[in-house]
Design a protein around this ligand. Structure first.
Ligand code: NAD
Ligand code: DAU
Length: 339
């Protein structure tokens, strides 16, 4: 079995590669990644020398490069994690989001058709459903919830989902789609809420909470997401969409306070800054379908996962310190300078 994993040098993709090499030691994994600012080749160092692992630097939008890799590897499965993934960046500069997230997905699916790939799995997001009100805790996103996007990022992911389902209906491409809630865990790029707050707190820098910090996200430990995708690849039905989430809704402000507590830092570091434009209020996944049809359940409780994650950032300072010392400084000044 040969799997091409796109975006495997990023946060979830790298965790997925580690997971798959551990649970399917006989499978061959080929990582295709452009190494944008969010991709980090050093993350994959522990598996680089494995005989059943290969890394290829390429852009999923590059038809010739994708075609020659598929011709060489003849993959059975393609899992597409490659994407521009940060909502704030999509608000600043949407173009690359449309390019990579929509057109890149098309290039991959065309190659899947040409080479008779047995499964194309699209890693999507709960953000395609838009948001839910805070005063209706009874409402959750199901797979039937209409697409209703807010940011250029979520619009690009929703567009890709529609294209994936169109390739299934029109060409019979064997696809599956998963829509997961917010992930946290090791190797997450420190522009996202949890690693950003950990890194800033460790450096005694202000902790920039957007608005009042009352927005709710539904957090899932990254390994639980990886297990769910593995299960969908093996037992999921083609043409189906699966929501992934663990009923773990938390307000941003409570997460930031918890990080302060765990690190022994003062909450006076918390600084309320101008809100994100079009900021989604609440995400909450109903995972009934993946639970009843495939038997998936999350294994890591948030209380344990967040402690493990903080421990990882403490034990792996060089990994994120190198990131926050480079080009990231310009990004940070631009995004937070006069916020
Ligand atoms: P990430 O930003 O950490 O990693 C993205 C990876 O894709 C990087 O390695 C980057 O180099 C690579 N990449 C970007 N453009 C590319 C291109 N044109 N060609 C090849 N490689 C390219 O992202 P992540 O948080 O790991 O998210 C992975 C996927 O999961 C994304 O599709 C995202 O939409 C989805 N998702 C993320 C979350 C979350 O909480 N992080 C939740 C649900 C779904
Ligand atoms: O729900 C899944 C999505 O989760 C994925 O599809 C995206 O790829 C992923 O980036 C994530 O999107 P969010 O916008 O929810 O994640 P982010 O970490 O950027 O922000 C989480 C919440 O924290 C959000 O309400 C905004 C807030 N926030 C974020 C940052 C970076 C702050 O208050 N301050 C910050 O500095």
């Amino acid at each position: 079995m040969t799997i091409i994993v796109t975006g495997g040098a990023g946060f979830i993709g790298s965790n997925f590669i580690f997971h798959m090499l551990k649970v399917h030691p006989g499978w061959r994994i080929v990582c295709l990644d452009k190494l944008t600012y969010a991709g980090n080749i050093s993350t994959l160092a522990p598996v680089m020398d494995k005989p059943n692992f290969r890394f290829v630097r390429a852009d999923i939008c590059d038809r010739a490069a994708v075609d020659s890799l598929f011709a060489e590897e003849k993959p059975d499965i393609v899992v597409n994690f490659a994407a521009e993934s940060h909502v704030d960046r999509s608000i600043e500069d949407p173009g690359i989001f449309l390019q990579t997230n929509i057109l890149g997905t098309q290039v991959l699916m065309d190659a899947c058709r040409k080479y008779g790939v047995k499964r194309f799995h699209q890693v999507s997001t709960d953000e395609v459903y838009g948001d839910l009100p805070l005063d209706r805790p009874d409402l959750l996103f199901t797979e039937e919830t209409p697409i209703h996007t807010s940011s250029p990022y979520s619009a690009s992911k929703a567009s890709a989902d529609l294209l994936v389902m169109a390739y299934h209906r029109t060409y019979g491409l064997p696809v599956t789609v998963s829509r997961c809630s917010n992930n946290y865990g090791p190797y997450q790029f420190p522009e996202k809420l949890i690693p950003l707050m950990i890194a800033n707190a460790l450096n005694d820098k202000p902790l920039p909470v957007y608005g009042e910090g009352l927005n709710v996200r539904d957090w899932l430990y990254v390994e639980d997401h990886c297990r769910a995708i593995d299960l969908i690849l093996r037992s999921g039905k083609t043409g189906e969409i699966y929501n992934i989430g663990g009923h773990n809704e938390m307000r941003n402000i409570d997460i930031v306070r918890l990080i302060c507590r765990e690190l022994g830092k003062s909450e006076s570091l918390i600084t309320h800054v101008t809100d994100r434009k079009g900021h989604d209020m609440r995400y909450a996944i109903d995972p009934t379908k993946i639970h009843t049809e495939l038997g998936w359940l999350p294994e890591t409780k948030f209380a344990d996962g967040i402690v493990k994650t903080i421990r990882w950032y403490l034990d792996n300072r060089p990994w994120w310190e190198e990131i926050v010392s480079g080009e990231y400084q310009n990004y940070y000044r631009k995004m937070y300078g006069d916020r």
